[in-house]
Design a protein around this ligand. Structure first.
Ligand code: MLT
Length: 404
């Protein structure tokens, strides 16, 4: 008789955004006349920019002709895209990352869930609290998280690094020594950012204790301040201790198109084994490459027109962020984020729990956000709103909340 991976049975409830989706659908079915504004999941709403559409059309046409048709993509990604990334995202920022250290994938969510596979299940992970749930859940599935304490909502073998108002939502170095450290900056969910100097402290720490940092930079396009690093490789020594995850979802609107990449520098070694070769082996075995058409669309992100059009798109969302931030602040809410990230993190009013505030917003003003407690115990009493809605919906949502 077969047996199940019992680690899955330890997972409490369903994935955060599925749980919210079900709650909103039930409310909507019971109240079909209500106009619900969704500022919950960080999903984009603006159409793909013309440079990307043009690249998609061009690639589709190529697939229709025998002489330009492409079959399987190279498993690590097409050279044209890896080169464009190396030049624009790294070389241009003074980071030493070669095209062959970049692994193209169908998105940072999958990569952030899969990367743990190349590490021993004995490794201890450290995560920010609150945290993007995929880092923790994927380690639970792998059997690395220990036992769940349903009262504290924590896992026994996970090191939690609280990110609170008191520390400016930036984690302190942990007391216990982790093997793998997940960091995401600009941060999902708090919208906080760390300076280059703060991040350098983490790189130095990881090198000193022999840990690997898994650095999620999915929101780097939203950075507006000069001393905030776009990549962990802007820090000295990061080639020896860090893997970086990137996405095209937020900077180019690819949530439905799917494209991302992971950087594993060749200098990152455990003894004499390069992590690069393990990730290449994993990628080659389990993945057949992102579609050619999509990789051409990714290349267009780095064209002159693409860059200019996407700069405008990012500014559009950041204008929403500013509207939410200032609108709620004026209304007396305690808010943060929204300056280097498309997320606004607010303290729930009247001592409400995160889920009580979620229900109040949904039922009273038909606005959906994300309860902070869904991201970890230190998120309790907080709430996340995304700037990825349309401007009109964002304005209406803020006005409704202000009138509540
Ligand atoms: C979020 O809302 O936290 C993100 O959209 C989820 C994701 O990127 O997978």
């Amino acid at each position: 008789m077969y047996k199940l991976n019992e680690n899955y049975l330890k997972l409490p409830g369903s994935y955060l955004f599925s749980a919210i989706g079900k709650k909103v659908s039930a409310y909507s079915a019971a109240n079909p006349d209500k106009k619900i504004i969704r500022l919950g999941i960080g999903d984009v709403t603006q159409p793909l920019v013309p440079a990307i559409i043009q690249a998609l059309h061009g690639a589709v046409d190529e697939m229709g002709k025998a002489e330009t048709f492409r079959g399987y993509a190279p498993d690590l990604g097409y050279e044209f895209l890896r080169k464009a990334i190396a030049e624009n995202d790294y070389e241009a920022r003074g980071c030493e990352i070669a095209a062959d250290e970049i692994f193209i994938s169908d998105g940072a969510k999958c990569d952030s869930g899969n990367i743990q596979e190349i590490f021993s299940t004995d490794n201890r992970i450290a995560v920010c609290d609150p945290v993007y749930p995929v880092y923790v859940d994927s380690n639970v599935m792998a059997g690395r998280a220990g036992e769940y304490d349903k009262f504290r909502e924590t896992w026994s073998n996970v090191i939690y690094m609280p990110c609170t108002a008191a520390n400016g939502f930036a984690p302190e170095l942990p007391d216990e020594t982790p093997d793998l450290i997940y960091l995401c900056f600009p941060n999902n969910p708090t919208g906080a950012a760390v300076t280059r100097q703060q991040l350098q402290k983490w790189v130095d720490y990881a090198c000193r204790v022999g840990a690997v940092i898994i650095y999620d930079a999915a929101y780097e396009a939203y950075i507006s301040e000069p001393d905030i690093p776009h990549s962990i490789y802007e820090c000295k020594g990061a080639r020896n201790c860090a893997i970086e995850l990137r996405s095209f979802s937020k900077n180019a609107g690819f949530t439905g198109v799917r494209l991302g990449f992971t950087v594993v520098p060749r200098d990152l070694k455990c003894g004499d084994v390069a992590l690069h070769s393990l990730w290449a082996r994993r990628h080659g075995t389990k993945y057949n490459g992102a579609p050619y058409i999509v990789q051409r669309a990714g290349e267009a992100v780095y064209s002159q027109e693409g860059k200019a059009q996407l700069k405008e798109q990012v500014a559009y969302y950041m204008n929403n962020a500013s509207y939410i931030y200032h609108g709620l602040k004026e209304a007396g809410y305690t808010v943060s984020g929204g300056i280097n990230a498309p997320y606004i993190w607010l303290k729930t009013p009247d001592g409400l729990t995160s889920w009580e505030f979620f229900d109040r917003l949904l039922e009273n003003v038909n606005v959906v956000g994300t309860p902070g407690s869904g991201f970890g115990p230190s998120g309790e009493g907080y709430f996340r709103l995304t700037a990825f809605g349309s401007y009109e919906n964002t304005v209406e949502a803020v006005d409704r909340i202000r009138r509540m």
